[in-house]
Write a protein that binds this ligand. Structure first.
Ligand code: HEC
Ligand code: HEC
Length: 233
């Protein structure tokens, strides 16, 4: 990793993301920010006109489906750890607090690199008061996310996926993140997680499955769940 690639990727994403958004915003929201934003001056203009809260709201309006669903800080795993603290400090500046279960341990490095590149670029340019983590803080953040990441089901060795319950589980539970390994929770833990996922589905505009589909998913998770007292898979 030489840091240059992600930085360029970050600049490109800001260009298509924020500039695109700001370019469209006055058109879609007449009387909002007005039409005086030019490409070159947009960040300074935005800064003066709306501040960070305004930027967050605008991003939510325009790019809501690309942004992570914000979770309650108290529901972060190990909420008092340094990693959880850094998440709340650096990862809520533009959107809601992302849950570590959104990506797998192999998926997080690219996402964190993209986000931190954005933060560095914006903090270097003194934009909207955005702060970027130090290299050490970034490593702590990434380690925290990887430690609590989604554990994906290995489809090559998984059992029962080609049954009605397995199919209901695969189709429903792979819409927003990798298909979860049932062995990451005990049978006693799963119902609360599935209930939270139903709320995530409502919040993210995905259809909530019928009760019979939910029951089938519950059956699958229960069957392949972690045995109490033993480690994960
Ligand atoms: C400077 C603003 C900004 C900050 C700060 C920021 N993000 Fe983002 N984030 C974005 C934008 C814009 C998107 C949508 C475009 C994209 O995915 O690149 C996004 C999307 C996401 C997504 C959903 C897309 C995906 O690939 O899953 C996740 C997850 C995410 N951010 C995590 C984080 C984490 C973790 C941090 C803290 C290290 C963070 N963000 C800090 C601007 C930011
Ligand atoms: C509408 C999108 C969506 C769907 C569909 C979805 N999830 Fe999630 N899932 C999320 C989000 C967002 C997070 C991170 C925030 C959180 O933990 O609530 C997450 C996190 C998780 C986690 C890690 C957190 C933890 O408590 O262990 C597990 C496990 C999980 N989901 C399992 C499932 C299962 C099982 C299903 C199918 C019933 C499912 N998900 C369907 C959005 C979804």
């Amino acid at each position: 990793m030489n840091g240059r690639g992600p930085l360029i990727a970050g600049l490109a994403l800001i260009a298509v993301g924020l500039v695109g958004v700001v370019g469209l915003y006055p058109v879609l929201r007449p009387g909002g920010t007005g039409g005086m934003i030019s490409r070159g001056g947009m960040m300074m203009g935005m800064d003066g006109m709306m501040g960070r809260g305004g930027m967050k709201r605008m991003m939510q309006d325009m790019m809501g489906n690309m942004l992570p669903l914000g979770i309650n800080p108290a529901s972060l795993p190990q909420p008092h750890s340094e990693g959880a603290r850094l998440m709340q400090h650096y990862c809520t500046q533009c959107h809601g607090l992302p849950g570590p279960g959104l990506h797998t341990a192999t998926g997080w490095p690219a996402v964190v690199a993209r986000m931190v590149a954005r933060e560095r670029m914006m903090s270097d340019q003194d934009m909207m008061g955005i702060q970027a983590p130090s290299a050490k803080e970034q490593a702590t953040l990434l380690a925290y996310l990887q430690k609590h990441a989604q554990i994906p089901l290995n489809k090559a060795t998984a059992k029962g996926l080609d049954t009605p319950a397995g199919r209901a589980f695969s189709a429903t539970c792979s819409q927003c993140h990798a298909l979860p390994d049932p062995a990451q929770h005990t049978a006693a833990e799963w119902p609360a997680v599935v209930l939270r996922m139903q709320r995530n589905m409502v919040a993210m505009g995905k259809p909530v499955p019928s009760q019979s589909t939910l029951d089938a998913i519950g059956t699958y998770l229960h069957k392949y769940a972690k045995q109490p007292g033993k480690g994960g898979s």
